[in-house]
Design a protein around this ligand. Sequence first.
Ligand code: ADP
Length: 382
Amino acid sequence: MDSSWLVPVSLVFGFLVGVGLVSLMHLAAARGERAHRVINASVPDGVDAVIDALDTGGIVVDPSNVVIKASPGALAYGLVAHGALVHPELVAIVNRVRKSGESVNEEVEVARGPFGDVSMAMSVRVARLGSRYVLLLAEDRTESHRLDAVRRDFIANISHELKTPIGAVGLLAEALQAASDEPAQVRRFAKRLTREADRLASITQEIIELSRLQAADALTEASLVSLDEVVHLALDETRVLAEANRVRVVAGSSSKAQVFGDTALLVTALHNLIANAIQYSPKGSRVGVGVRLESGVIEIAVTDQGPGIPEDELDRVFERFFRGDPARSRRTGGSGLGLSIVKHIVQNHGGDVRVWSQVGRGSTFTIRLPEASRTTSAGATP
Ligand code: ADP
């Protein structure tokens, strides 16, 4: 078959595509320049510099609501597109202020991103700027609202957790008084009283630990830490628990790995994982603790042959006060804070903690930390 005609046809086609592309690029450049011009049109004296210095959202619009100045923060929040305000809620406030001349201080919920499925809580101040312009200042309050909610939840949870043992202590004290002539009963109630007091002490200790970890200066005691030592100390601390539960804890060979951090905190994190593994393991089973180093990341894995964690709970186990089976956890003295303490310690060290688990097969919790030589240039000092 003669295919010589194909050559000129493809040449013409290629030429047309080329011309099309070049025109599109010109068009795009012209649009970009127009948008740039709109954003940079003149604003009243001094306002330009103030808006540039803002790290929140600052926008100036002209009488037709064309944005003539926007701070980088306003662009980052996605409040401005193609030289105009994106959110009708904000346009409405601007129009109201222009008309009434009165400044407005409001909180509005606006869509974040192009799909509108996530929202942001924006605190906005809108005021007239001279006779022509309107100034809009906006601040994202979403994170601070979330933290308020977390704080409220936390306090509600703590009160709930403390209420049970405090109530029990009161009842047991009354029972002790009533049974003062019966030594056997007194011994029984006293034993239960001690258990409740221990529980109260461990919850308060964990709460103190968690709030200390959330403080910004949690890592003031940082130094070079040997992971072998961390494993050794955590195994030492959990030995009695392992013996009482008849679980064998087996550690892998030494790793020589080092991290930059706080030994006591890292021991607490590993202790919590090993203690959980022991408590959730059947008698006679094995818990493995292994450290390995791969491309600058240290992985400390704790594996058990326990009941495993259902898939829908895997994401939740690191939440404060989350307990898969509250009755079981209460029996083992758990407060549901152990894993969130692990998560905070690891995050304070620049790492993360992951879980693999299958119901009926067991679980593996893995702490991942950056190796010391990668976190510090000198190796020993921050
Ligand atoms: P606690 O153990 O005090 O309940 P944690 O924060 O340590 O609290 O653990 C939260 C939940 O995660 C537990 O209640 C349990 O449901 C689950 N969990 C943690 N570790 C294990 C494990 N090794 N095997 C099975 N489930 C676990």
